[in-house]
Ligand binder design. Structure first.
Ligand code: DLL
Length: 434
């Protein structure tokens, strides 16, 4: 099967724009009538539903940012009755408060799973496949998202989740996995583990396709994976706020298709907010047209990319975005998990013996990310002897793990030993080379 939803995926642009307009109009009208948050924002921007007369009028609407979700924690943005919410996912926010995402049954079936079913088919995955999902299951959207998408296209899904790498290789051999979904760095790690176990991925497994995302990666990594294992690696994009992983590239391996009836994509100048032309790099901004529980309108995702020019030979008419090439903010991605330096600071300061002078060093130990947080102790904490210091280090590491959902090593430093900054503090040293 080439398409999951051929009519929509190959719809001519003018027809699609009409459909997008109808969806946007309905969404804005519903929110203006029912949601204090969204109607408040529209009123502030001086725009009413009547002002939306074509999809291009979307630029009249105000932007949303991650802080809107944080400031309305946990569920003040939910604009359906509470009983209609069937699931929450939670991701890390910019400070101590996480970001909560709510879903109706419609959000899961008609938006998230629909998007993933189309994407998986476009990567050649279907009924005959065995899909090993090695994204985390739980509050992170990766595991359950791919799981539902895989089942929808009739594949056999293995909810392997993360970790236990030798077991992952054994599962792939014993259950004859043909496809694997995980972060790119984890797949490269798994290839090393297989080698150490004496397993030749080409001969001893049926793995041929990978669905890789949740963190930055490169075409060089794609080439390396193919040469080492014969696995064709596809790029998958999503963020918790738009639902989770949703959109992938196709057999052309050239840009991620954004299902146009599901989401309207804009690239904007991060300074001025002006919409940029195809081919121009800027901040990725999305309006999810079919979202019920927490609609996202002109959501500034913070990733830098461009819309690719020209049509895709695969026949899909949806716009494609280029591989993400960075962030407009200081968000780090450690083993697939988003980490904001502000959230690190917030967590550290929960400990009365620590100060706000800290540095984050990120490196790639072997194939996996390693985060070291160096933080200065308060002068009176220095007197506690070696046992006291070890205990403080253990406590600090636990606070970070609890707050960030990812482990970090902590190095306690004497007062006044870390650099001070006159201008904007540069707290992150990222030594990873991809
Ligand atoms: O990472 C959802 C996801 C799960 C995507 C599994 C793909 C696969 P968040 O935790 O909210 O959601 O993080 C979203 O991760 O804004 C990007 O900065 C980064 N990211 C996601 N996919 C890619 C990718 C999930 N293919 C943030 N390439 C996004 C580069 C990616 N960065």
């Amino acid at each position: 099967m080439q398409y999951y939803n051929e009519k929509i995926e190959t719809m001519p642009k003018p027809e699609m724009e009409k459909l997008q307009y109808q969806e946007l109009k309905q969404l804005v009208t519903r929110l203006y009538a029912n949601s204090p948050f969204y109607s408040g924002k529209m009123k502030e921007a001086g725009v009413r539903p009547d002002d939306i007369t074509c999809i291009q009028d979307i630029t009249k609407l105000p932007f949303m940012r991650k802080t809107d979700l944080r400031d309305n924690y946990p569920d003040k943005l939910v604009c359906v009755p509470k009983d209609d919410v069937v699931r929450y996912h939670v991701s890390s926010g910019t400070t101590g408060k996480p970001t909560v995402v709510a879903y109706t049954q419609g959000d899961i079936d008609n938006l998230w799973t629909e998007a993933l079913a189309r994407s998986l088919v476009s990567c050649g995955i279907g009924k005959k496949d065995v899909l090993q999902v090695c994204y985390g299951y739980g509050l992170f959207t990766g595991g359950l998202g791919l799981h539902y998408g895989g089942e929808k296209v009739g594949a056999t899904v293995i909810p392997a989740s993360t970790g236990n790498s030798e077991r992952q290789i054994e599962l792939a051999q014993d259950l004859e996995s043909t496809a694997i979904a995980c972060t790119p760095s984890y797949l490269i790690h798994l290839l090393d583990v297989a080698e150490k176990m004496g397993v030749d991925i080409r001969k001893d497994t049926k793995l041929r396709t990978a669905i890789l995302g949740a963190e930055p990666w490169t075409d060089e990594m794609r080439k390396y994976i193919y040469e080492k294992s014969g696995i064709v690696a596809h790029d998958i994009f999503g963020t918790s706020e738009i639902s989770g992983p949703m959109f992938t590239d196709c057999s052309e391996l050239n840009g991620i298709h954004i299902g146009a009836d599901l989401a309207y994509v804009e690239i904007i100048d991060p300074e001025t907010g002006e919409q940029l032309e195809p081919g121009e790099k800027g901040e990725l901004t999305m309006t999810v047209l079919k979202k019920e529980a927490i609609p996202m309108i002109r959501y500034r995702i913070g990733d830098i990319t461009s819309i690719l020019e020209g049509d895709c030979p695969c026949g899909r008419t949806s716009p494609r975005i280029a591989r993400l090439s960075g962030r407009v903010d200081d968000m780090l991605i450690i083993r697939g998990i988003n980490v904001f330096p502000s959230a690190v600071e917030h967590a550290l300061l929960k400990n009365s013996f620590l100060t706000s002078h800290f540095m984050i060093e990120v490196s790639r130990e072997g194939r996996l990310d390693d985060m070291l947080v160096k933080v200065e102790l308060k002068p009176d904490a220095m007197t506690d002897g070696i046992n006291g210091l070890m205990e403080m280090q253990r406590i600090a590491e636990r606070t970070l793990r609890d707050a960030l959902n990812v482990s970090a090593r902590v190095e306690l430093c004497p007062p006044n030993s870390l650099p001070r900054f006159e201008g904007k503090a540069r707290r992150v040293i990222d030594k990873r080379v991809m």
